[in-house]
Design a binder for this molecule. Structure first.
Ligand code: B12
Ligand code: SF4
Length: 532
């Protein structure tokens, strides 16, 4: 897979495909990396997240007419629709539960219509993004007949196999981080060992996504340069509530059965030097940014990375940026009192803990490596250190071996978190696992003949959708009805309402029971629940 040297006279246009306005940190980092290696290359960032939908195509074409790129880099962030809350096409969880579990035919009909609307919006978005890629290519060919297309980003990393059929021949499809691929491509090196394939030329290698990413020493992003190649950069500076992404590390060593981050980013944790992270934040700070999202798969992936987190937060304190806030995914089993103190001191005002269940037995079965007792103790330390803001606790019921007792344990656990932080500060985010490709859960679904290898995870027919939204019987209909009741009675506080209904129906276990996984359960082979 050799191509001639592209760097000379290359003009790179980064197009972030339509997306909710989340800061496009991926393309920013790519452009920064390319600039550091090839300062002579002309680059431009164009973010369709900031453009009204009716103007997507014309705005893209205008940008191409003006910039005349020779390399088009499309970044596609998300296509996932199993959001637990109102997504772009409505509330998928509500619609699917109405179809599957409602007794009232009118409610079923509402679900069916809503579901159709949602599928329409899902397919429209898929079709629209693919057509923007093709349209952009065609337009750019008017100026450079050899223009090349590369497509990457979060969504592509997960659905790269399916996109093989729908992207223009010759497009390079990239999985995971793109820096090394661009570097090789632009310097004319063979890039076939990178996590990518070329549409129409070769097929994605088996288990491509499981290959380890190329190591990279990250330095502070140069925002002076980014500002100069991104005319709409200010869009994200205007609103004071945007959380701007800053990555402090890559990779997660864990093995949670439903998670794909650990393969997208790899299991090897690579820490970005603290001084570089702070230098990057400082540039944003000087441009008025006060809210940061540490976009790591996990901010503290394991105990051995606690010192790195301490070092970073201490350096933020030392930098004098005292009026900032930050948020992140936090594995709360990896906190120390010192770290808690620094988290509060540096302005952490929101974090998400993905414990998935409040039952130690289930947490173990899902291969999550959490000790729930430690999580509670660390949360107490965090509160004692002065943390008085929001915590979102992600629960996914019914993944593996869920029973009435384990639900009661989750309630006990949740109530204890409320006692620690205050009921108004702990938000239960109720997810049902959306089965994603390349996860242990998918392997299990193959083994159990629930899904056939080669199925298309992007083809959302009702019967596939039912299997991909993981909520197996015998408890599936019970949860379905509880969720429908909560949506009906208190849609604005859905998570808390679900917890209240579950407690009213099933009661609450003693906390100690939640924290103890019986020995015989531990030694049993790991069992994933059956799906109906
Ligand atoms: C942090 C994060 C969030 C944060 C973002 C905070 C913020 N302000 O930035 C929060 C919690 C808000 C969030 C929300 C959601 N997220 Co999210 N999120 C992530 C996470 C963990 C990291 C993303 C990130 O910023 N990484 C750091 C940057 C630097 O990396 P990057 O953008 O991926 O870019 C790199 C590569 O992708 C690549 N690349 C990017 N573009 C291109 C283009 C080319 C050509 C090439 C070669 C390479 C390339 O190179 C870049 C630099 O290395 C990823 C999972 C993961 N581990 O990647 C999920 C992920 C992106 N999220 C995802 C989803 C679905 C969502 C939601 C839609 C969930 C929901 N259903 O509600 C929401 C969106 C909310 C909204 N408002 O629309 C999915 C998207 C894929 C999918 N399944 O469709 C991911 C992949 C997780 C997953 N497996 O489900 N998310
Ligand atoms: S700890 Fe979080 S990011 Fe890591 S594998 Fe588990 S769910 Fe995924």
């Amino acid at each position: 897979m050799k191509i001639k040297e592209l760097a000379m006279d290359c003009r790179i246009l980064y197009v972030r495909l339509p997306c909710n306005p989340i800061f496009p940190i991926g393309v920013v980092y790519l452009a920064d990396h390319v600039h550091k290696l090839f300062p002579g290359i002309e680059q431009r960032i164009f973010d369709l997240g900031t453009i009204p939908p009716l103007d997507y195509a014309s705005a893209l074409e205008n940008c191409i007419d003006e910039f005349k790129p020779s390399l088009l880099i499309y970044s596609w962030r998300d296509i996932h629709i199993f959001a637990p809350v109102g997504g772009r096409g409505g509330n998928p969880l509500q619609y699917s539960f109405e179809i599957f579990y409602a007794k009232n035919p009118l409610v079923k009909l509402h679900g069916a219509l809503g579901g159709l609307q949602m599928l329409k919006s899902f397919y429209t978005e898929l079709w629209q993004n693919q057509s923007l890629i093709k349209r952009g290519l065609k337009r750019a060919q008017q100026y450079n007949k050899d223009v090349r297309v590369i497509v990457g980003g979060g969504a592509v990393s997960i659905y790269y196999e399916q996109l093989n059929k729908s992207l223009p021949k010759g497009s390079i499809v990239s999985v995971g981080e793109g820096e090394a691929l661009l570097e090789k491509l632009l310097s004319g090196q063979d890039f076939s060992d990178e996590r990518c394939y070329v549409v129409g030329e070769n097929q994605p290698r088996q288990r491509l996504i499981h290959e380890a990413p190329t190591a990279l020493e990250k330095t502070a992003c140069n925002y002076e340069y980014i500002e100069s190649i991104w005319p709409d950069f200010n869009y994200y500076l205007q609103e004071s509530d945007f959380y701007i992404g800053v990555q402090t590390k890559r990779g997660c060593p864990h093995n949670c059965c439903y998670c794909v981050y650990t393969v997208v980013e790899g299991k090897q944790v690579r820490i970005n030097p603290a001084d570089e992270v702070v230098a990057e934040m400082r540039q944003l700070y000087d441009r008025g940014i006060r809210n940061f999202w540490f976009t790591d798969a996990q901010f503290i992936p394991a105990k051995r990375f606690i010192d790195d987190a301490v070092e970073l937060l201490q350096k933020i304190v030392d930098s004098g940026m005292t009026d900032i806030h930050w948020a992140a995914y936090i594995r709360a089993d990896n906190l120390t009192p010192k770290l808690c103190e620094l988290m509060v001191k540096t302005g952490m005002n929101y974090f998400e803990i993905g414990i998935t269940s409040g039952s130690q037995e289930l947490v173990r079965k899902m291969r999550m490596g959490y000790n729930l007792r430690t999580v509670l103790q660390n949360c107490r330390d965090l509160k004692a250190a002065g943390f008085n803001d929001l915590v979102s606790v992600n629960y996914s019921f019914n993944v593996i071996d869920e029973r009435i007792e384990t639900i009661r344990q989750t309630i006990a656990y949740h109530r204890e978190l409320e006692r620690i932080f205050g009921a108004d500060k702990v938000e239960p985010a109720i997810f049902f696992i959306g089965l994603q490709p390349h996860t242990h859960l998918e392997e299990y679904a193959f083994k159990e003949d629930i899904l056939k290898p080669g199925y298309n995870p992007m083809l959302l027919l009702p019967w596939t959708a039912r299997k991909l939204l993981w909520n197996p019987e015998p408890l599936g209909s019970f949860f379905g009805k509880v969720c429908l009741q909560a949506m009906r009675e208190n849609p604005n506080d859905f998570g808390r309402e679900v917890m209240n209904i579950l407690e009213a129906k099933l009661g609450c276990a003693p906390l100690e029971e939640a924290l103890t996984a019986p020995i015989e359960q531990q030694s049993k082979p790991k069992q994933l629940a059956k799906i109906s």
